[in-house]
Ligand binder design. Structure first.
Ligand code: ZN
Ligand code: ZN
Length: 577
């Protein structure tokens, strides 16, 4: 019956005609598994209606920060295949199919504050991580939570422990079988009276690692911090800046320096209150004594560790390229890119790696020069040096790279490429010249190049330019951007403006921000961190929002210094520190 409903749905929907029955079935299994659809009922053969499926897909897309299309499009399927935690995102009471009213999942917490832990089974023998390293990583992942909340974790030797940690695989007798490499990577049991309460299981089929680049294995520390969050009572959140997002998002930096995102601190303070020592952050935490485990680098990893400076700071970056692709904005810098939704909301403060998303670019490519979406066929064109690549969606077409002389462009490469909304022509900039190209006729217009000074108010040597959904065109150079709204090639009054503030969620106060943290992790929500270190006597307030748009991404700072307001949680909360 379930298969029938899959086929029925396939025949009813025309929005994603390229979906195979297998993909559809995978999608529906996924939605059931993580709480978006009620599981198929083997007795009644419950039929999933098209409306119910669309709604479940939209809920999943919203939680994952995707555009809510309600269709199992490629982007959604990619997210479904992203390694993640096995616990569902929505409790049954939250499922969009069960109730309209949004209710809080019931939170559980430990009634005691001293919790014991032990590693019952270690990763398989051949594993990269030795036992001492695994123990040290567990210690530091728990310490992340006990540093800010009044909880104490101590490792015990016997067989009894509140938090039992296992590296296990496939079916391991708890009803939540693991699935081999990728897919689900770990899960945990919430606090409670059950014997399994607080236990954490890691999939032993994953290539667990630490202090390695994003592309190498699964970062054990990042996943452990997330799972211990569950073990003390936190549920998943869709907030962009949280360790409790359900999807694996790569390493979070050095375990010895990691500090929780503000979102998670507030959530754990709601459960347990604030640890006394938190308000005296200048004091080193001595509560764990001097027996902190040493965490040595893995010799195997040394050559592959990302240099600290590798991840650029989005608030001070001079971008290599900016493009509007499928209505969204992409900001490229070095080997990374940030992505903004059509509503101009940053999808994640962490940049993604270009070569992991844009499949087919050489992995050695360390930056791009310009990117634009071709008006004729909506393919995406990347420029670097004397070469260009054409992408269909996020896969490179066969036969690329090709030389930019195909366009009739000069042999020094390009600074900028964008499509002028007023004539659908493609403009290329290099130095103080620009060219106009007709993508429909595949030829450069006559009379070019021309002097870029014809664009009144636009600087020479641009970083890049793009059109945007407000009908205007934007030109980027250094830390600033200029807007041209009309067809008169003239910059509007009031420009340039800072890129970081307008596009990348950097508050005014950060415009002169220093270089990112040495470990490259806590460049995130730096405004909040800085605000929260600005004085020892201030109030933090979290406000409610049910809006689909992530309002939390817009912290409002009162520079009187005492009130910081975030739209983060489904409940209002004010904490005096
Ligand atoms: Zn989880
Ligand atoms: Zn398990």
């Amino acid at each position: 019956m379930f298969l029938f409903s899959v086929i029925w749905f396939l025949s009813e929907t025309s929005a994603a005609p390229s979906l195979t029955a297998e993909q559809m079935s995978m999608g529906m299994d996924w939605l059931s598994k993580f709480g978006y659809l009620p599981p198929p009922d083997p007795v009644t053969g419950q039929l999933q209606t098209k409306e119910a499926l669309t709604k479940a897909i939209k809920a999943m897309q919203k939680f994952g920060g995707l555009e809510e299309t309600g269709v199992l499009d490629e982007e959604t399927l990619v997210l479904m295949k992203t390694p993640r935690c096995s616990l569902p995102d929505l409790s049954q009471s939250e499922s969009p199919l069960r109730r309209r009213r949004r209710t809080l999942p019931s939170q559980t917490k430990w009634s005691k504050r001293h919790l014991s832990w032990r590693i019952r089974t270690f990763p398989k023998e051949s594993h990269l991580l030795g036992r001492d390293t695994v123990r040290a990583l567990m210690y530091y992942a728990l310490k992340v939570w006990s540093d800010i909340a009044p909880l104490d974790f101590h490792e015990v030797a016997g067989s009894q422990a509140d938090i039992q940690i296992d590296f296990t695989k496939a079916d391991h007798n708890d009803g939540y079988p693991f699935d081999g490499p990728g897919g689900t990577v770990a899960h945990a049991f919430y606090p409670g009276e059950r014997v399994t309460a607080g236990d954490v299981h890691f999939d032993n089929d994953e290539a667990w690692t630490f202090r390695s680049p994003d592309s190498h294995g699964m970062d054990l520390f990042a996943v452990a911090v997330h799972e211990f969050g569950h073990a003390i009572g936190l549920v998943h959140t869709s907030a962009m800046e949280s360790i409790m997002r359900p999807y694996y998002q790569g390493p979070v930096g050095d375990p010895l320096k990691y500090s929780l995102p503000y979102e998670d601190k507030v959530r754990v303070w709601q459960l347990y209150g604030v640890r006394d020592s938190v308000s005296h952050t200048a004091q080193p935490d001595t509560s764990h004594g001097s027996d902190q485990p040493v965490l040595l680098d893995l010799p195997e990893n040394r050559s592959t560790i990302l240099p600290d400076s590798d991840i650029p700071d989005r608030c001070s970056a001079h971008f290599d390229a900016v493009a509007q692709i499928r209505g969204e904005a992409f900001f490229f810098k070095g080997k990374y890119f940030w992505r903004l939704t059509r509503e101009k909301h940053l999808v994640s403060l962490r940049p993604a790696q270009i070569h992991r998303f844009w499949r087919g670019l050489p992995t050695t490519l360390d930056s791009v020069d310009a990117v634009y979406e071709r008006p004729r066929d909506h393919k995406i064109v990347f420029f670097k040096g004397l070469n260009y690549w054409v992408f269909k969606d996020n896969n490179v077409e066969e036969g690329y790279p090709r030389p930019i002389s195909d366009f009739g462009l000069p042999t020094e490469g390009v600074d900028a490429a964008f499509v002028w909304p007023h004539n659908d022509k493609t403009y290329f900039f290099k130095g103080d010249q620009y060219w106009r190209y007709d993508d429909y006729l595949h030829r450069m217009d006559l009379g070019y190049p021309k002097d870029s000074m014809l664009w009144k108010g636009i600087p020479a040597q641009l970083d890049d330019a793009t059109r945007w959904s407000d009908g205007a065109s934007y030109f980027f150079k250094g830390a600033e951007f200029w807007r041209v709204r009309g067809s008169d090639m003239e910059v509007e009054a009031g420009y340039p403006q800072p890129i970081g503030k307008d596009w990348l969620l950097c508050a005014d106060m950060l415009s002169d921000s220093p270089a990112p943290d040495a470990n490259g992790t806590d460049t995130r929500l730096r405004g909040q961190h800085r605000a929260s270190h600005a004085g020892s006597n201030y109030q933090v307030c979290s406000c409610t929002s049910d809006s689909a748009t992530p309002l939390w991404l817009r912290p409002s700072f009162s520079l009187l210094g005492l009130l910081v307001c975030f739209w983060t949680l489904p409940v209002a909360l004010c904490i005096d520190l």
